[in-house]
Design a protein around this ligand. Structure first.
Ligand SMILES: Cc1cc2nc3c(=O)[nH]c(=O)nc-3n(C[C@H](O)[C@H](O)[C@H](O)COP(=O)(O)O)c2cc1C
Length: 445
């Protein structure tokens, strides 16, 4: 079978990824603390054969909460454990900090989720540089070198703990009164400069052995080394196909450097979605919810295009003269996208409603536009899959599953059923138990 797109859904809160989603008419504002809402969204994504839910995690109260929502799930591991009990195939990639969490806790919680979900867990290992999060743990943000030293130690300890209960250690022989083969459940005795653990971990292997390691961020040499050594998935933030292709290649090269097959690491750019019968209806949906933010971004759009855009002309297309003078700011990869949208004749308000200043490329309109975007990136070698951020979870996940997924299937670039039962099988990444010996050979602890 030829290679197919792998889909993930970012689960960030109870509402959606469009500013104002919590105020949508069909959204219950209680959803942030209502696990049944998250379960509904997970089940909808599972109906669309999504391989996993991805929960970013910034455990802090940040931003203007008077008007904007908290952008986390309550707690990734606790929430995903509840969701695991209400789903069968979809996987769970939760973020856990190598800087602020102890490796023993990480190893225990993620492997517990893996066992409870029957082999559907993954760990997005991040070093966390957010000052508000650091403050919640009562510590300053340390420099990048130190955070990454600790990250290498933490991942090695976690994977060693996962392997410390060997695959066939659990004898369970009632007749011989033998529960465990104690020669196969051994301490790891790892002592790093920053973290340490004795072990072993009292959790047996799951159906996929152990959780799948992911990481996310920009392609700094520090992060690429971490990814190349340990990760089977890389979650990114890129706006153009060229940027994504180059970054995916860097991630693959990093894996090769550590003696791994580059196909063992899957690269996931983001995609924000508004599925609607027409582009106009999609833009109107976005303007109805996020109109205030859209208006406030007009000067930013002007700066991206090198123009002074007047608020009183926000509902008019750019003039011939403005279009001739417009220059995409070279420092912001989103500027070129904004200029392309402007050239189609949309008003400034509509250009902004296209999501040109959002966190990821945004597609607004019929399912075919979404499928076209993904097919183009996938076939250009810019993605192995996408992490999709629907505008409003309550109806945006179902719309994606009903309008986009069938088109991908018709085009032969998306599976018609789950490839397997575990996250590893659904990602197409190899089995692993304990630390990867290829990475271990280059380890310092
Ligand atoms: C797509 C994406 C998702 C991310 N998710 C998280 C997250 O959930 N939690 C977090 O602390 N940092 C997250 N980050 C931030 C990076 O991992 C961040 O770079 C890292 O924590 C700090 O390391 P650095 O010094 O390499 O930037 C994310 C970054 C990107 C691009």
């Amino acid at each position: 079978m030829s290679k197919q797109i792998i889909l993930a859904m970012g689960l960030t809160d109870g509402y959606g990824n469009l500013h104002g989603a919590w105020r949508a008419p069909n959204v219950d504002p209680n959803n942030y603390a209502d696990i049944d809402a998250s379960v509904r969204y997970a089940q909808a994504a599972e109906r669309g054969l999504f391989s996993f839910l991805f929960t970013p995690d910034f455990p802090a109260v940040r931003g203007d909460l008077e008007h904007v929502t908290v952008s986390n799930v309550l707690d990734p591991i606790v929430s995903l454990t509840a969701i695991a009990r209400a789903t069968k195939r979809i996987g769970f990639v939760a973020t856990g900090s190598t800087t602020f969490q102890e490796p023993f806790n990480l190893a225990r919680q993620f492997k517990a989720l893996d066992v409870i979900s029957h082999g559907r867990a993954g760990w997005n290992a991040v070093t966390t540089s957010d000052a508000a999060v650091a403050a919640n743990y009562g510590r300053p943000v340390s420099d990048r070198t130190e955070r990454y030293q600790r990250a290498h130690e933490a991942v090695q300890i976690v994977q060693s703990l996962w392997g410390s209960w060997e695959k066939d250690a659990w004898v369970k022989d009632k007749a011989r009164d033998r529960f465990i083969d104690s020669s196969k459940l051994k301490p790891i005795n790892l002592q790093g400069e920053h973290v340490a653990s004795r072990g072993p971990l009292a959790i047996p292997p799951s159906e996929q052995g152990q959780p799948v390691i992911f990481t996310s961020g920009g392609p700094s040499p520090h992060l690429l080394t971490l990814a190349g050594r340990y990760a089977s998935g890389f979650i990114s933030e890129v706006w153009t196909i060229e940027e994504a292709r180059a970054q995916r290649q860097m991630v693959r090269d990093a894996a090769s450097e550590f003696g791994r097959d580059p196909d063992e690491i899957k690269y996931f750019p983001g995609l924000m979605t508004t599925v609607a019968p027409t582009v106009r209806e999609g833009l109107d949906r976005r303007i109805a919810l996020a109109g205030d933010v859209i208006e406030a971004r007009l000067p930013h759009l002007g700066a991206m295009l090198g123009l002074h855009l007047h608020p009183e002309r926000i509902d008019e297309p750019l003039t011939e003269r403005e279009l001739a003078a417009a220059r995409a700011a070279p420092t912001d990869p989103r500027s070129g996208i904004a200029l392309d949208v402007a050239r189609l004749g949309w008003s400034s308000r509509d250009i902004l409603a296209h999501g040109v200043i959002d966190f990821h490329p945004t597609v607004v309109g019929p399912g075919a536009l979404h499928a076209d975007h993904m097919q183009k990136w996938f076939e250009a070698g810019a993605a192995d899959g996408f992490w999709v951020s629907p505008d409003v979870y309550e109806d945006g996940v179902d719309a994606f599953v009903d309008e986009v997924v069938p088109l991908l299937q018709e085009r032969g670039i998306y599976p018609n059923e789950y490839p397997g039962a575990t996250l590893r099988e659904n990602l197409g990444v190899p089995a692993q138990y304990g630390i990867d010996s290829r990475a271990d050979g280059r380890t310092s602890m």
